[in-house]
Ligand binder design. Structure first.
Ligand SMILES: Nc1ncnc2c1ncn2[C@@H]1O[C@H](COP(=O)(O)OP(=O)(O)OP(=O)(O)O)[C@@H](O)[C@H]1O
Length: 298
């Protein structure tokens, strides 16, 4: 078994108005990675390169031990892919699609497919054209999950789903990972979903990866400190202050390098620390993008 399901090294792709800038990324086997970026950041382009649908201009791409795009036929047998723009046949039923996929993929798990039908409250005999948006997303997900792929790549899997449906989908994804040699990459604008289920987080901005590490490490490193400062003190010059707000005596500092030692340094500089708070993944994402756009190093 490979220790990494996906390895990108210095991968670049140039379009007229956009370029993916030599990105490197590793997804450990058995992990679930949330891939977060604003519109147009390069999430789908990266995913298409992983699938061999778009060829990189340079750099190496290994997916499940296969070199992409050259060995994409072999890799694709083991990859399940779900995106919003996937087309099912509107006039055919879900059962027809299930049989069709079963005939192509030997790993199809019919018992699991039936379990997912119940979980997602879908009827196999219903035609695709009669399904609501959310039901269509769940149907596509069922077709991908029941193939039992080694790597599941989901482009915005929860967009447009109601909160209950979102939770059902997220629970199904967590269950996939009970089997430890399966790996999931999912892109999302929804940081709440990523915070809930991923164990690795990747931020992409303007074609560059700006953060890639374990969710726990990331959440632990970022803090908001509420501090009382002396009148003549300048907070901005203290070490590891990424952002600060307020001009009077009470100010807030945001740091992405929190440690008890850093807190001591601030205290020794004369700050009175009134509170130390964790940030949500959404706050961390927004602050990371802002810092980068202001030319600060993360
Ligand atoms: N085939 C193409 N030709 C030219 N430009 C392209 C092509 N495909 C993507 N792009 C450009 O690459 C940029 C990144 O697009 P991409 O779809 O990867 O972003 P994304 O992060 O998935 O965005 P969103 O969240 O809006 O789906 C966009 O500016 C897009 O216009």
């Amino acid at each position: 078994m490979n220790t990494h399901a996906v390895e990108l090294h210095q991968v670049g792709k140039r379009y007229k108005y956009f370029s993916l800038n030599d990105i490197s990324l590793s997804l450990p086997t058995g992990s679930i990675t949330g891939f977060i970026g604003v519109n147009g950041a390069g999430k789908s382009t990266t995913i298409r390169i992983l699938l061999g649908l778009v060829h990189q201009d340079h750099g190496s791409v290994q997916v499940l031990g296969q070199t992409m795009p050259e060995q994409q036929v072999l890799a694709k047998r083991e990859i399940g892919y779900v995106s919003e723009d996937m087309r099912l046949y509107p006039k055919a039923s879900l059962a027809w699609h299930m049989q069709f996929i079963q005939s192509i993929y030997p790993n199809w798990d019919q018992a699991y497919a039936e379990q997912l039908l119940k979980r997602f409250d879908l009827r196999a005999e219903q035609k695709i054209k009669g399904l609501s948006h959310g039901q269509r997303v769940k149907a596509t997900l069922l077709l991908a999950l029941a193939r039992r792929p080694k790597l599941l790549i989901l482009d915005e899997p929860t967009t447009g789903l109601d909160p209950v449906a979102r939770q059902e989908v997220l629970t199904a994804l967590i269950e996939v990972l009970a089997d430890e040699d399966r790996t999931i990459l999912f892109s999302s604008h929804n940081t709440l979903d990523v915070e809930q289920i991923s164990d690795q987080v990747v931020f992409i901005d303007q074609g560059s990866i700006i953060e890639a590490r374990s969710k726990e490490d990331l959440l632990d490193a970022w803090r908001r400190l509420r501090v009382r400062v002396a009148a003549d003190q300048t907070v901005a010059q203290l070490p590891n202050v990424l952002q600060h707000q307020g001009h009077g005596q009470l100010q807030t500092i945001i740091t992405n390098r929190y440690s008890p030692e850093l807190q001591q340094t601030y205290q020794q500089a004369g700050l009175e620390i009134q509170a130390v708070e964790l940030l949500t993944l959404e706050e961390i994402f927004v602050a990371s993008i802002q810092a980068r756009r202001e030319g600060k190093n993360l």
